[in-house]
Design a protein around this ligand. Structure first.
Ligand SMILES: [Zn+2]
Length: 92
C-alpha cells in the first residue's frame, strides 16, 4: 500500500540517453523550404545533412528540435523492474 497522492513523482533522465533531432529547413520563399531530416538519433548525420542541403540549395537557416525521454519516479526510486508502467497498487 502506497500513500498516493502524497507521493511526488519527479522526472529522471533515462539511461542510456537517446536523443532524437529533427532538422527543418526554414529558408527559401515565404520562410519555409520544408526539407527535413525527419527524427534521427545521429546528431552528426543531422549536421552533415544541413551541410549538404546548404551546399546544394544555398539555404542557410534551419530549425532544430531535440526530443529526449524521461521517466517519472517517486522519492526513493521506482520499484525494481519497473521501466514503463507502475503496478496497479501505485495508481489512484
Ligand atoms: Zn532548404
Amino acid at each position: 500500500m502506497h500513500l498516493y497522492p502524497e507521493v511526488r513523482f519527479t522526472p529522471q533522465q533515462v539511461e542510456p540517453q537517446r536523443v532524437l533531432v529533427t532538422v527543418l529547413c526554414v529558408s527559401g520563399h515565404n520562410g519555409s523550404c520544408g526539407a527535413t531530416t525527419g527524427a534521427i538519433n545521429d546528431p552528426d548525420a543531422a549536421v552533415q545533412w544541413m551541410a549538404m542541403h546548404t551546399q546544394t540549395t544555398g539555404h542557410v537557416l534551419f530549425s532544430r528540435a531535440y526530443e529526449s525521454q524521461c521517466r517519472m519516479a517517486p522519492p526513493g526510486g521506482l520499484p525494481e523492474h519497473v521501466t514503463h508502467t507502475l503496478p496497479e497498487d501505485w495508481r489512484l
